[in-house]
Write a protein that binds this ligand. Sequence first.
Ligand SMILES: Cc1cc2nc3c(=O)[nH]c(=O)nc-3n(C[C@H](O)[C@H](O)[C@H](O)COP(=O)(O)OP(=O)(O)OC[C@H]3O[C@@H](n4cnc5c(N)ncnc54)[C@H](O)[C@@H]3O)c2cc1C
Length: 367
Amino acid sequence: MTAPLEPFDVDVVVVGGGQAGLAAAWHLRRQGLRFLVLEAAGELGHTWRTRWESLRLFTPAEHDALPGLPFPAPAGTYPGKDAVAEYLRDYAAAFALPVELGARVTGLRRTDGGFQLSTADRTYVARQVIVATGPFQTPFVPPLSAGLDDSVLQLHSAEYRSPDALPEGPTVVIGGGNSGFQIALELAATRPVDLSVGSAYPALPQRLLGRSLFWWLTRSGLMRVPVDSRLGRRLQARETLIGTGRRGLQRAGVRFRPRLVDVEGRTLRFADGSSREASVVVWATGYRFHHSWIDVPGVLRDGRVVHTRGITEVPGLYFLGLPWQSTRGSALLGFVADDAAHIAARVARTAAGMHSGQVLRSVQDVR
Ligand SMILES: Cc1cc2nc3c(=O)[nH]c(=O)nc-3n(C[C@H](O)[C@H](O)[C@H](O)COP(=O)(O)OP(=O)(O)OC[C@H]3O[C@@H](n4cnc5c(N)ncnc54)[C@H](O)[C@@H]3O)c2cc1C
């Protein structure tokens, strides 16, 4: 029998090795802190790799870089999702960031000196923890989906890969956000598609007067409008469609329907009294957070993280990559670095206060 592994002791643990976790790691390194990134998947970039095949970024390459390493694509181009996955993998390698793969954190609790984190086969202790597990965690499908006949193929946008992976026949996409619009447009090339939109969002083109939309948003200061300002509160209340508008979809043959109100057998009914039989239903109905593994009182209220710019009321516990954590850019590749720098600076200040005189083992020492 092998002896159980000693708890792995480190100053800071970052949970999640997506863009937010890696940006945090870069800034922690810069602050001279000893840390470890725990990533559930077996490879970096996993979140991007498993998104649908034709997905291209709506942010141009010059706005897709994490701190310290330009995105390897010409400015003004819109990289595909696999290019992002490769960039994240190469990013961690370029800076030799300490990442444990296949390490899903299943428990986080407070201890006297900080926190204890558990994975399937190991315990970690850390003075401070940054949770960077992503803004899109558990796919949400409305309960009325249960009323659809078994002969209708139902899938969430998180499971959608390509049109040829779906059976033929009339398809209804539910959800008027960017994912719903993009998937409906792609499917319309090969089948009749209806798109049910509950709330209509404003649409913006990807390029305006020869410049990218993100050039204008950055230049005008809109990307950095604080979440707690009047304008910030108004902006975060509404998603913006980028690059795909209603007219483009109508030209491609997509039929718009209002909010879905009921289903029965193979039939879906909409708020205007119209209905549609479907062979396939794609639920582009968003995600919910999955924070049940966090057993730390005072962090979550009604399932939401209580924080100010990612800093919770529990000393030493932080979040990174939340939508609108501080600005519109908080959950975007090229902008998450601002929040990462803010959190890392706070972690460093707290560490300096906590450990004056105390000697801790480093990640390198333990390995
Ligand atoms: C369809 C779609 C298109 C998008 N397009 C763009 C775009 O064009 N430009 C842009 O800037 N942004 C875009 N985004 C938004 C955003 O950049 C992505 O959602 C991005 O993946 C968020 O990065 P993240 O690091 O915060 O989270 P994630 O990429 O989700 O990474 C979180 C990581 O944490 C790991 N993890 C989760 N739970 C645990 C746990 N308990 N223990 C250990 N590890 C865990 C996961 O395996 C994952 O690797 C898009 C999002 C979607 C859904």
